[in-house]
Design a protein around this ligand. Structure first.
Ligand code: SF4
Length: 404
């Protein structure tokens, strides 16, 4: 196989790894003796028709793997052509594409060929060639393979901007069902701990990320979100990615069905609420099956479930409560907070100009004492049955103001 063919095979095989966010820090600015910079431009993104990010040279070192994770096309039992890059070959290929301006960074991942240590050595060698032979100082994301030894993670952290370990499942029991060879704590959480230590030393300025295969092990959204919340709070995870499981014809899971992309979307919405809107895991409204509703988004579900706490007066509601109003995001909430210091807000037009999605927000707000809509008018009969049993006043209404 020539290099171009390898790129086609190993680039395509890497498409299941998600790497959409960048956050390249101001760490290695441009310099005439070096090539590239991860400071000014960060990473640009483009998306494939199925919505996956392909902005970096996202490629596998090898698609050979000794493991047999059921959900993975690269598993050992899958009968297809295997291929590998040599470290120098991959580094050279990357630099050719980089110089032609085709890409702005590299995301290097891999199957486990022979052993984790063997494969990670080769991945690290590739980055070393890029950094020290070609003086490349742009963005690099290095995957830590399951059971990655601490010394290799430490070396990787000296070279990369970001590292990641794919948890795939939210807990040990679920992981056992789809990846019997992996130990959740030893093989996956332990490398996350080692990466966290490197970040605390000032390395890996773009942090670490992880990914779940949603629905492969029959896990619920409640399980996924609990672990996600734990990762953000305890492991300082920069991002958690969700990838809806889509079995192929030869996936060895007879019961497996494709997971709707809308489920993946709802999980991202819930994740967003936890990271930027001050929602806790307990604020997530789950259905009887412990999943988020596919019909309405998690923010609207929260507002409908807690309808008795609305409408909120836009001119006096604390910042944190404004964020609970559907149609008001962090930017609009900040603008409202600043504007009302000078003048009372009296019209929906003013809110619209501040970025509020007025149509969504209307039933949940008072504007200068006047109601703008009726929550019950937007609830379907099904939603009334589901949400109207809740009468408790949420604790957050009695908490002190968080932001000024
Ligand atoms: S270890 Fe990684 S590449 Fe290998 S089968 Fe499992 S998920 Fe696939």
């Amino acid at each position: 196989m020539d290099t171009e063919q390898k790129l086609s095979v190993l680039g395509n095989a890497a498409k299941y790894d998600i790497c959409a966010s960048t956050a390249a820090p101001n760490k290695r600015p441009a310099d005439q003796n070096y090539i590239g910079s991860n400071a000014a431009a960060g990473i640009c993104h483009s998306y494939t028709p199925d919505g996956r990010c392909v902005s970096l040279l996202k490629v596998l070192m090898t698609n050979s793997c000794k493991n047999n994770c059921k959900y993975c096309v690269n598993r050992a039992s899958n009968d297809f052509e295997r291929s590998s890059f040599e470290p120098e070959e991959l580094a050279q290929l990357f630099m050719e594409l980089y110089r032609r301006n085709y890409l702005e960074g590299i995301f290097l991942t891999s199957g486990v060929q022979k052993s984790t240590a063997y494969t990670m050595e080769r991945m690290i060698q590739t980055l070393e060639i890029l950094r020290f032979k070609y003086n490349y100082r742009g963005y690099a994301h290095l995957k830590a393979l399951p059971h990655a030894p601490a010394n290799l993670i430490e070396r990787g952290a000296q070279l990369a901007d970001r590292m990641s370990v794919n948890l795939e499942s939210p807990n040990p029991d679920r992981l056992k069902l789809i990846a019997g060879e992996k130990n959740f704590m030893l093989d996956l959480v332990e490398p996350i701990n080692v990466i966290q230590k490197q970040i605390s030393k000032g390395l890996l300025r773009s942090g670490q990320t992880t990914q779940f295969v949603v629905g492969a092990a029959g896990e619920t959204d409640a399980e996924l979100l609990r672990t996600t919340s734990w990762l953000y709070k305890k492991k300082n995870m920069k991002r958690v990615y969700f990838s809806a499981f889509i079995p192929t014809g030869d996936t060895p899971m007879s019961e497996a069905r494709p997971v709707p992309l809308l489920r993946e979307h709802r999980l991202y919405q819930a994740d967003w609420l936890m990271r930027f809107y001050y929602y806790s895991i307990d604020d997530m409204v789950l259905q009887k099956d412990q999943n988020l509703s596919l019909e309405i988004d998690p923010k609207m579900a929260y507002a409908l479930k807690n309808y008795e706490t609305f409408p909120l007066e836009v001119n006096s509601a604390p910042f944190k409560f404004l964020l609970k109003v559907p149609g008001i995001g962090p930017t609009a909430a900040r603008r409202i907070y600043r504007a009302r210091k000078d003048n009372r807000l009296t019209s929906l037009n003013e809110l619209k100009n501040m970025g509020v999605v007025v149509k969504r927000a209307k039933p949940f707000i008072l504007l200068n004492g006047r109601a703008q809509g009726n929550i019950r008018n937007i609830m379907t009969v099904k939603q009334l049955e589901l949400f109207c049993s809740s009468t408790a006043r949420p604790a957050y209404l009695d908490e002190p103001l968080l932001l000024t």
